[in-house]
Design a protein around this ligand. Structure first.
Ligand code: CMP
Length: 138
């Protein structure tokens, strides 16, 4: 069990002005920010990040959306980080997300679902390494 996970606040949430409220909910839930950046992905970068989904029917839509505006990328620390963060954000489809979760509070649809959270310790490392050099994290 690792104590780190990776998140992105997605373009739907940044464009609606939810960044501060989402970060506030994350920090109040006990996560510490170990790295953070505000960045706009190119289509190529978004495609590389979500390469695992390349064969899925929604891949094109996902890449267009994730490169449509700025995101906030961050590495977060907390005991049991991956599982606890997935509990905090709720189900991928906000229609199925539990009351009080970030996706229930801020997401509009399965495609535009406000936040990303790593699904395993291994992917948390891969995804954090995609965005951050050693100098950019502590
Ligand atoms: P995320 O947790 O970032 O990981 C993959 C993303 O693909 C997911 O959130 C959704 O935003 C998106 N996604 C998953 N299923 C669908 C779908 N059926 N239609 C559109 N986007 C989807």
């Amino acid at each position: 069990m690792s104590n780190r996970t990776f998140t992105m606040i997605k373009p739907d949430a940044t464009s609606k002005g939810y960044t501060g409220a989402i970060l506030d909910q994350i920090i109040k839930a006990g996560f510490t920010v170990k790295a953070m950046k505000w960045i706009k992905l190119s289509e190529e970068q978004a495609g590389l990040f979500y390469d695992i989904h390349r064969a899925r029917p929604f891949f094109g839509e996902l890449v267009d959306f994730m490169s449509s505006g700025p995101i906030v990328a961050a590495i977060l620390e907390k005991e049991n980080a991956v599982a606890d963060f997935r509990d905090l954000i709720g189900a991928t489809n906000p229609a199925n997300a539990a009351e009080g979760t970030i996706r229930k509070n801020f997401a509009a649809s399965i495609g535009e679902n406000a936040v990303h959270g790593s699904d395993s310790d291994e992917n948390a490392i891969i995804e954090g390494d995609f965005f951050f050099s050693k100098l950019e994290r502590f």
